[in-house]
Write a protein that binds this ligand. Structure first.
Ligand code: C2E
Ligand code: SIN
Ligand code: SIN
Ligand code: FE
Ligand code: FE
Length: 420
């Protein structure tokens, strides 16, 4: 890996006065960089980038800003001291605020110039620089910011995606100390790699939401709120299933990542179905029903060009989310999903249906039932739960159906969170 060489070169030429970096740290840095490359879900990635950077340099707190046009947005704020005092909500204080990208603020300066800043004491900043520290956060939270290490998140194409700000390095006694030159080198290298991973995750998030928007234009009932609920129910179902099946926490994390995106995309194939059918107020006739059922195949065709786990899960879910546990679902076993003339096959059954699709089937039907559609009114939640109880082992995987019933309080909280 070319990157190992690069880091070793840096590490073999320590900055003047810096302690020599111990090998173990270099390897843990490399391992972390490897693992962040495998996180595709934008939110999990940002959170991880901030927490890993903080732990490398023992920073008590930190902020990750993302740049949008001429502003920086507070995307993640972490603060061990405030959280230890039981004030976890404080991390949302700035969530809706933003900073202008210019040379007046510390983070703005870093984004505007692409330079990193190492500040030993924010209340003692040299008067010949353009930036100054804004004490508003400290006074709102009674937190005492002292040392800062602020680095730009710049991609290999020199695009500034945001800023990583690390606050208050702590020594072993818990005393706040300045960050070192070594920390700066270390975090800069990490930030370059993180920026490339963030750029990829942003592109896929944007692509996913664009696809959902397209489907929404065609089927006004397949809204982004509906897909977010289906996504969240699916993650909860999977996590509960995985815990009883002894799945490692590492695998749980990576599967949640791909499953979340795939479940958001479950009905994306509806973009290829006529909206006369999608918006029909009454029941569909036989031909319309067949055309409607093709949305599963159209969806799966979108993901044919890549064999990444992410696309594989999306294609399993789009293709199979209307299969039934008892084998009476659609589209069934098909030789060639690219054939011009689609022929539905005999239904897939039980564990022939991939697990992510069995999960999404349950999440989707529940949410469709408690939602209004062109062709029907919404059902009360209790009736939808009753349907799941009755259909365990028929429409649905009985084990998953039991889990769903067991966690129905969490499911209802999700329904509320993403309500209409
Ligand atoms: P959808 O409305 O998002 O529904 C997804 C699935 O939830 C349905 O798959 C079905 O399994 C379940 N579901 C939703 N509402 C009800 C209900 O009132 N009763 C029961 N028993 N199940 C319900 P399905 O049937 O394969 O339909 C797939 C899609 O086809 C639906 O997505 C909807 O867009 C369309 N569709 C289905 N039936 C009709 C209909 O009678 N009229 C119209 N206009 N569209 C329909
Ligand atoms: C992504 O995986 O990049 C974003 C999809 C999501 O919203 O989870
Ligand atoms: C899995 O273990 O990931 C799948 C097993 C199943 O389909 O239940
Ligand atoms: Fe569907
Ligand atoms: Fe749906």
């Amino acid at each position: 890996m070319a990157f190992i060489k690069k880091v070793d070169q840096i590490m073999n030429a320590p900055a003047p006065g810096a302690p020599v970096m111990i090998k173990r740290d270099v390897h843990s840095l490399l391992e972390t960089i490897e693992s962040i490359y495998h996180i595709k879900d934008l939110d999990s990635l940002l959170e991880r980038v901030l927490s890993e950077a903080r732990s490398f340099v023992h920073a008590d707190a930190g902020t990750l800003y993302l740049a949008v046009h001429k502003h920086l947005y507070f995307s993640y704020v972490q603060n061990d001291s405030l959280i230890k005092q039981g004030r976890a909500r404080d991390k949302y204080i700035y969530s809706r605020e933003r900073l202008e990208i210019n040379k007046n603020s510390v983070a703005g300066y870093v984004a505007a110039t692409g330079e990193s800043l190492l500040i030993d004491n924010v209340y003692d900043i040299n008067s010949d620089v353009s930036y100054s520290f804004n004490p508003a956060f400290d006074s709102k939270t009674s937190y005492n910011t002292r040392s800062l290490l602020v680095v730009p998140l710049i991609t290999s194409d020199d695009v500034v995606l945001g800023v990583l700000q690390l606050i208050n390095s702590k020594n072993e006694q818990g005393k706040v100390i300045p960050f070192s030159m070594q920390d700066k080198l270390y975090i800069n290298q990490f930030a370059r790699n993180a920026a490339n991973a963030i750029e990829k995750a942003k592109l896929s998030r944007e692509m996913v939401l664009r696809l959902v928007k397209l489907a929404e234009l065609r089927d006004p009932y397949e809204t982004s709120q509906h897909v977010k609920r289906v996504g969240a129910y699916s993650i909860e179902l999977y996590e509960n299933w995985a815990q009883t099946h002894g799945v490692s926490s590492k695998e749980i994390k990576s599967t949640k990542d791909t499953l979340h995106t795939a479940s958001i995309l479950h009905d994306v194939g509806k973009v290829a179905v006529s909206d006369i059918i999608l918006k029909k107020p009454g029941e569909l006739d036989r031909i319309e029903k067949l055309k409607m059922r093709c949305h599963t195949i159209y969806g799966a065709r979108l993901f044919r060009y890549s064999s990444s786990p992410w696309d594989r899960t999306a294609s399993e879910v789009t293709l199979n989310h209307h299969e039934r546990w008892d084998g009476r679902g659609y589209p069934g076993k098909i030789d060639n999903i690219y054939a011009t003339r689609i022929r539905f096959g005999p239904g897939k059954k039980e564990k022939e249906i991939p697990l992510p699709a069995r999960i999404v089937a349950l999440a989707d039907v529940y949410d469709a039932q408690i939602s209004k559609r062109a062709y029907k009114e919404k059902w009360p939640e209790e009736s939808a739960l009753q349907y799941i109880r009755m259909q365990a082992g028929k429409h649905f995987d009985p084990e998953l159906a039991n889990i769903f019933i067991k966690i129905s309080d969490v499911i209802q909280a999700i329904t509320q969170k993403y309500s209409y």
